[in-house]
Design a binder for this molecule. Structure first.
Ligand code: ASP
Length: 582
């Protein structure tokens, strides 16, 4: 038996007990006649004591030879500590060692295995198995487990069945490139790894499963913007005989359950906002509504005044920064520089200070009098002491820029509080999105999303205006989930593929199986998927999903620990009938 107790278990009530512990040596303090070692495992740390008077010579020798991260097994007696450590649960006791066995030695680890480590991100990723021994990473993995268990419990209680779907499939368009896998047995042919189990979950509905879920890996080969992973995990769900309202209710229930169970936070009904409103008020389809700073559109009050830049703009829009009137000239200039950075891309920023005495001072005083500026204040909800920041230009771009400014300011002002949770449903998304580069429309969600009733005719005349039965769940400014009511009719699905630029042959080749299935009694259905990694990170009050993934990839999609991706040998290539052309 390697252990009678774990390293987080012993208390004063265990005094005089003979125990066996196993774990890793965190630290050794050698005072000559007495040696202390901290023994660590997943559950905690227990102090071991070896002393010349009570321990044998051999044991003292072994104790003095211990290095960091050695794996040892000890037997000994639990005794009261003379100097207690109130910071750890086992801090009142120590184990006087009577037997010790080194189970495995360790090289000196490349960074300290402590909560605050001296190891940078790169080295910790390379030695991720050592990083996982640290509390912050270990606790995140345990936290993730708890969330996953709660998800399974809740959905199972609601009658959902977890069904596995295959990984070696055919392309499912979710807006990214596919990772592909060559098939040895089918020369020249490739599987695609699922960007999501979308088509399979729909087929499960045709198969009568009624309520499906799966905690499942998805794979998307996209340029890895900050904090994306090429493989990530979804809580994927689908339901038959449902309308949008049914789905929102179930998954609002799930989210509420998680907030309650995991965070002890109870939240009433989640607000809902249309996509159009979200864009208008926050310039963003995943607004963080933990704080205000709503957009105020200024076109009617700021245009036609002689200020050419505004007159030429499609949109003139501002926000009020709380307390911003106190900013110095230098601070305001820094804000202007911030919005002009290439990542944000604004040409400039107009501002107006709403002074405490009720007067205004703006960067465009030449064109706007106090009365005009009072209207700006009204439109942006500015109060005395605030700074009104105004951007202008193309509607979409300007909204995106102002949204970035809003988030930046909120961050700086500490308004994005970790322990505050503000969920929101964004509904009525457009069905299609114009790709500015190609001039083609593509599905905003995915091609299986149904248009809102009665909007089908618009597809021919004004495709960009068609609204979808699609919804996203937003939490604290992050999209944590999204889904839609699906098309379940072969004819309508063909029409949709046609609008998305698929020829009938292409649609048949790629999705014939789904359209065929629709001919055999497909029930009305819909669903959604939550991004588990992001959800866990937000619930955990942290920023990066990487911190909640045991073995994440870096920004170039590499696993630096196992060194993947990697070349394969010529024989493997040959078997796959592949030749490299580099
Ligand atoms: N498959 C979709 C996604 O991955 C979710 C859904 O429509 O259910 O975003």
């Amino acid at each position: 038996m390697y252990r009678s107790h774990n390293c987080g278990e012993l208390r004063e009530t265990h005094q005089q007990a003979e125990v066996t512990l196993s774990g890793w040596v965190q630290t050794v303090r050698d005072k000559g006649f007495v040696v202390w070692a901290d023994l660590r495992d997943r559950y905690g740390i227990t102090q071991l004591i070896f002393d010349e008077e009570r321990s044998s010579k051999e044991i003292m020798e072994i104790a003095k030879s211990l290095g960091r991260e050695f794996v040892i097994q000890v037997k000994g007696t639990v005794i009261e500590r003379t100097s207690k450590n109130p910071n750890i649960p086992t801090g009142n006791v120590e184990v006087l060692v009577s037997e010790i066995k080194i189970l495995n030695k360790s090289l000196v680890p490349p960074f300290t295995i402590e909560d605050q480590t001296d190891g940078g991100e790169d080295i910790r990723m390379k030695f991720r198995y050592l990083d996982i021994r640290r509390n912050p990473v270990k606790n995140n993995l345990i936290f993730r487990h708890k969330v996953a268990i709660e998800v399974r419990k809740y959905l199972s209680d609601q009658g959902f069945i977890e069904v596995e779907t295959p990984y070696l499939i055919k392309s499912t368009p979710e807006g990214a490139r596919d990772f592909v896998v060559p098939s040895r047995m089918n020369e020249g042919q490739f599987y695609a790894l699922p960007q999501s189990p979308q088509t399979f979950k729909q087929l499960l509905m045709v198969g009568g499963m009624d309520k499906y879920f799966q905690i499942v890996k998805c794979f998307r080969d996209e340029d890895l913007r900050a904090d994306r992973q090429p493989e990530f995990t979804q809580i994927d769900c689908e339901m038959a005989f449902v309308e949008q309202e049914d789905i929102l209710n179930v998954f609002e229930g799930l989210t509420r359950h998680l907030l309650q169970e995991i965070k002890g936070v109870s939240i009433d009904k989640f607000p809902r906002m249309t996509y159009d409103d979200a864009m208008k008020k926050y310039g963003n389809d995943k607004p963080d509504i933990r704080f205000g700073m709503e957009f105020g559109e200024l076109n009617p009050i700021a245009q036609h005044k002689d200020f050419g830049i505004f007159n030429e703009a499609e949109l003139v829009v501002g926000i009020a920064i709380p307390g911003g009137a106190a900013y110095t000239r230098k601070e305001i200039d820094a804000l202007v520089d911030w919005v002009r950075r290439p990542q944000i891309g604004a040409k400039g920023m107009v501002y107006a200070k709403y002074n405490d005495d009720g007067s205004f001072k703006s960067s465009v005083d030449k064109f706007y009098d106090q009365e005009d500026l009072a209207k700006w204040a009204e439109a942006t909800g500015a109060k005395t002491g605030d700074l009104i920041c105004v951007l202008s230009g193309d509607t979409n771009k300007t909204r995106t820029q102002l949204s970035a400014l809003r988030m930046e300011i909120a961050q700086r002002l500490g308004l994005r509080k970790k322990d505050e949770f503000a969920p929101l449903w964004v509904i009525d998304f457009p069905l299609l999105e114009l790709d500015e580069e190609t001039g083609h429309y593509h599905a905003m969600h995915h091609p299986f999303t149904s248009p809102k009733p009665g909007q089908l005719e618009l597809l021919d005349t004004d495709p960009g205006a068609v609204k979808a039965n699609a919804y996203d769940l937003v939490l604290n400014g992050n999209e944590i989930g999204g889904g839609s009511i699906r098309i379940h009719d072969k004819q309508m699905q063909s029409t949709m593929f046609r609008h998305l630029g698929f020829s009938p042959e292409e649609a048949k080749a790629q999705f014939g199986f789904l359209m065929d299935a629709f001919q055999y009694g497909a029930p009305p259905h819909g669903g959604l998927a939550f991004g588990l990694d992001r959800l866990v990170a937000i619930l955990g009050g942290q920023e990066t999903i990487r911190d909640f993934i045991a073995f994440p990839k870096n920004n170039s999609g590499r696993d630096v620990m196992i060194d993947a991706p990697a070349r394969i040998d010529d024989l493997q290539l040959k078997e796959l009938h592949l030749k490299l052309d580099l």
